[in-house]
Design a binder for this molecule. Sequence first.
Ligand SMILES: Cc1ncc(COP(=O)(O)O)c(C=O)c1O
Length: 486
Amino acid sequence: MHKDNQALIFELTREGRIGYSLPELDVPELDLSSLLPKGIVREEVAELPEVSELDIMRHYTALSNRNHGIDSGFYPLGSCTMKYNPKINESVARYPGFANIHPLQDESTVQGALEVMYDLQEHLVEITGMDEVTLQPAAGAHGEWTALMMIRAFHEANGDFNRTKVLVPDSAHGTNPASATVAGFDTVTVKSGEDGLVDLEDLKKHVGEDTAALMLTNPNTLGLFEEEILEMAAIVHGAGGKLYYDGANLNAVMSKARPGDMGFDAVHLNLHKTFTGPHGGGGPGSGPVGVKKDLIPFLPKPVLVKKEDVYTFEYDLPQSIGRVKPFYGNFGIYLRAYTYIRSMGPDGLKAVTEYAVLNANYMMRRLEPYFDLPYNRHCKHEFVLSGRRQKKLGVRTLDMAKRLLDFGYHPPTIYFPLNVEEGMMIEPTETESKETLDAFCDALIQIAQEVEENPEIVQNAPHTTVINRLDETKAARQPVLRYIKG
Ligand SMILES: Cc1ncc(COP(=O)(O)O)c(C=O)c1O
């Protein structure tokens, strides 16, 4: 049997085989049926696999090998920033003084942890150019929602109850209109021009006395930097609205440009992307929000402050939108982001941005002759190709993504953003070597040639994985999540 197709653990069961050894019982055996309520005591022995320690070890190792992770191969998933998670972050997050504390401990006993949180806030203030930061939100979308609730509270505190609309460009990340809707606003779509950037004339048409805010994803979902930001800021502020910056992909501009200097009132960051927290099933996220002075009174409470060298949480904040996360947020991710920022330093963070952008532009230009490039301009940290040339030959972008699995790569994001036909959104990140970038480009170029010469090999891919193609709808709607014997 191929090692990847190893039998499932229930099939390896042999009666009486065990993978543990316990010492002899040296206390009286308890009769559970007399201790537990009737009806919940199991009458038959649980049907668990009976296997040796070696079998169980091989079983889980084989399962883990079926996963593709950033530690096992290139992962150019556009928009999701699957960036290397430095291992020093993990050792810091496991320091017993951090890992073993409890959120209900008295503040006086966790001053070190609070200092890390406070310093992280200060670093993020500096990196974003904002006046204050809250670490509470647990993800990027949660940060968007939190900021919009603050913006709503700000307008209402000014007696401005008619600002019900949030303007969202069609090139925004999908969570932007979703967060605005969940925050109770109506969303209005602002069109992009032929260059892929926000059309200022269309923005002017929609802006007015009912505008609560404009949410701008920058770089936008095409990986393009919005060049007319100062004009946009003047238009929206001129109408009394606030400017929100989706900074999930700050790795495209970090240490080069700051949302605060561009006139934005609020920004969220994804610590689990730009700041190397593991994500995508690898751990909880963190979506801190930075705000300018006007919005500070509305920050979620409690707010962490430093009073004469003592760190403490302040609760008495009458205009706060309230707590948005139980306890103090995802502390383990703060530790990783803090370690990353401190180990990189200001010059290191600048280099991150430069390499992220250089790598993306290098790949875009290498692949340009083989695929359509709908927005042919200098990109930031990611770029979007179109598979429409290959579609005419009967091969879809989905097929090419599946074929990439045969080369050992995680495919890029596909069919996103929606404004690119057969889109393929590639984000290499800054840490990959030129050899890795070249090898991935070579694979995609070979696939483009296969589409012309031997399309079946692409249409029927993958050929080397444990299973071929899933019925993705069925897998999502009727997942089989447990092993049923027999
Ligand atoms: C530009 C942008 N905004 C917002 C988000 C949402 O972040 P999260 O998935 O943490 O909610 C993402 C996620 O990848 C993103 O790329």
